[in-house]
Design a protein around this ligand. Sequence first.
Ligand code: NOJ
Ligand code: CA
Length: 523
Amino acid sequence: MGTPAWLDDAVFYEIYPQSFQDTNGDGIGDLPGIIDRLDYIKSLNVNALWLNPCFVSPFMDAGYDVADFYRIAPRYGTNDDMKRLCEEAHARGIRVILDLVAGHTSIEHPWFKASASAEKTPYDDYFVWTDGWGEKTGDYRFISGMEPRNGYFMINFFACQPALNYGFKKPDPTMPWQKSSDDPAVRRVWEETKNIMKFWLDLGCDGFRVDMAPSLVKGDPDGEGIREIWHYYRSWLDENYPEAVLISEWSCPPKAIDAGFHIDFMIHFGQEGFRDLFLKENCFFNRNGKGDASRFIEELTGNLAHIGDRGFVAVPTANHDMSRIRGKRSLADLRLTHTFLMLLPGVPFVYYGDEIGMANVAGLGNKEGSYSRSECRTPMQWAPGEKAGFSTAEPEKFYLPLDPDPGRPDVETQEKDPESLLAFTRKLIALRRANPALRSRGGFRCLYCSKGKSPLVYERFLGDECWVVAVNPEEKENSVEFALPGADRFRQVIDCGGAVLEAAPGAALLRMPPCSCAVWSNR
Ligand code: NOJ
Ligand code: CA
């Protein structure tokens, strides 16, 4: 089970379709809008897209509640638009990854409606139902009293998201409604998911980001069932679509890669290091110098050691569920975060708008089940002006309001400035892709990380090629020494703030001014 070669050099851009570019004036982003912006996307030097779900849905969880897995939601366009998007992206060397919501459907999905009716139907076992009233349900979450069928149904996330029934690896005999994951009735659901993948791969997409990937098989204390199902899909992909990629929302790369995924994120659920770096009040990328990067480095090195060459970690700038990396940082501070993230091993993901430093917008309330996640889902800022180039609709009609800050960043303004964050982000991604040691498979070693201290320094290497990446987010000069054979051969490639690397025998002395970052190479 090798990984497709294109991942060795992949950099992803995540698009939240409803907030990217509207072309028909309804205030909601659409697929033709993404097509129109492909040249911009290419100009970022990224070579892959991840689109959040764009399928038919009542949008009670922004499309993560799918009512028809085979059809693009009319508000985004048509299946033909998706086909064209894949073709146009491919013509520019960009792959397209869709979101596969494998664990659940919407309550409006015809499979669920049939299974929830009082009559017997072929879909009765597609979801997890108790046999009747007052039954034991264990630790799972169930909804009762909403549907004609006599029993409770299991949910995966919101009440509108009934869990598909992939079976229980170890059914609990005291709960007879739990079907074995080998049962032919649930194996039909396994095949449905394969058919959905086949449909979109045949239409032209290049793989899937799988929502709640570890949730499929229940009653699985040792993880045997979940490894089994993803190995099953992965073997089928390897045989029929060897270039296709599976990316998990699991947030435990060792488990996800063992289960057959190519990439998993280090961002939330149990991978606390990401929060330590960017999200906690006293995080490492904070000027007060109170943060601590050591847990992140431990998690990353542990994950890399476990995975080896079987897959990749992804440390994204943010995503549609998390606060944007801008937080309380200035655009200048984002040079540090972006340098750190874009040169890490594995596969980087840029969340739309982070390349220009879009901010979180507080207080927007709930939009289609977003709740506090609205803050990071606001429309892309393409240009100055009241509509920001997002749509021709009146701003009150926009999917979510624009960032009201009069100084909000936008693409058009930054395009004119060679010193902009946009220009800098492009340069970082180009640097990464031009140098094998900086790409996905290049080696990683931490050169300096001390609990509760700046700077953080790491090395990327491949053969004789070696790079040093250093960030000092603290508002204070910091000097450190670390082992670096051949330190005299390094030349500075990126300099934000005047850091100096001096050679000592077998070591390097690094002096970093406040809020600075730099990159050196021995090439
Ligand atoms: C994770 C998705 O990223 C999130 O947006 C969604 O609400 C849940 N899964 C449920 O599908
Ligand atoms: Ca639209």
